[in-house]
Design a protein around this ligand. Structure first.
Ligand code: AMP
Length: 193
C-alpha cells in the first residue's frame, strides 16, 4: 500500500490537489473536513456536536476524527492506499493514525507538505468564501482563527513525521497543474525507492 498525507495550512490547496492525486494514483481520498461537513449536512448527532466548533474555525476533538478515520479504514479494506487530507491535525491524531495503520500491517509512506505564504492563504480562503458555501471561509476573523489553530496544534505534525524522514516540502504557489507535477515527481521517486 502507498499511504500519503497531504499536509499544509488551510488554503494551501490540499483539497484541489487531493482530487487530482487520487485519480492519478488510484488512492482512496479521506478528508476529515469533507466527512464532518457531510455529518453537518445530514444533521446527525455528530454533525450537531461539531457544527459550532467548525464555524468558529476551531479543531474538533481528536477522539471524533480518529474514530471517523478508524471506520473509514475498515470500510475500504482493498485499496491501493489512502490519501489523508486534513488529517492528522494534531500529534495525538498522528500517533493514533500510525497505530491504526500498523494494526493493519501498513504505514505512512510519505508526507507531502505544501508551503504557501500567509498572505496568499488569506487571499485564497476569502475568495473561496465568495464562491462556496463553506461557513468557515466567510470572514477574515474565522480564517485567522483557523491559521492560529494550524500554527498552535497542526504544524507540529510535520515534526512528528520528520523524525522518521517522511516529509517532503513542495512550493504550493503557482498554477494548479505546475504544483500537481511537482507533487507527482516526489511521489514517483518515492514509489520506486
Ligand atoms: P478542512 O476542510 O480540512 O479545512 O477542515 C474544516 C474544519 O473541519 C476544520 O477547521 C476543523 O474545524 C474541522 N476538521 C477537519 N479535519 C479535522 C481534524 N483532523 N481534526 C480536527 N478538526 C478537523
Amino acid at each position: 500500500m502507498f499511504n500519503l498525507i497531504l499536509f499544509g495550512p488551510p488554503g494551501s490547496g490540499k483539497g484541489t490537489q487531493s482530487e487530482k492525486l487520487t485519480s492519478r494514483y488510484g488512492l482512496k481520498h479521506l478528508s476529515t473536513g469533507d466527512l464532518l461537513r457531510s455529518e453537518i449536512a445530514g444533521e446527525t448527532p455528530l454533525g450537531l456536536a461539531v457544527k459550532n466548533l467548525m464555524a468558529e474555525g476551531k479543531l474538533v476533538p481528536d477522539e471524533i476524527v480518529i474514530e471517523m478515520i478508524n471506520s473509514a479504514l475498515d470500510n475500504h479494506p482493498r485499496v491501493n492506499g489512502f490519501l489523508f487530507d486534513g488529517f492528522p491535525r494534531t500529534t495525538g491524531q498522528a500517533e493514533a493514525l500510525d497505530k491504526l495503520l500498523s494494526q493493519k500491517g501498513t504505514k505512512i509512506s510519505l508526507v507531502l507538505a505544501l508551503q504557501v505564504s500567509q498572505q496568499e492563504l488569506v487571499k485564497r480562503l476569502l475568495n473561496r468564501g465568495r464562491t462556496s458555501d463553506r461557513i468557515d471561509d466567510v470572514s477574515e476573523e474565522i480564517i485567522a482563527a483557523r491559521i492560529v489553530e494550524y500554527e498552535k496544534k497542526t504544524s507540529a505534525v510535520s515534526e512528528h513525521y520528520k523524525k522518521y524522514g517522511k516529509v517532503e516540502y513542495v512550493h504550493g504557489e503557482g498554477s494548479i497543474e505546475d504544483i500537481f507535477e511537482l507533487l507527482c515527481d516526489v511521489i514517483d521517486k518515492k514509489m520506486v525507492a
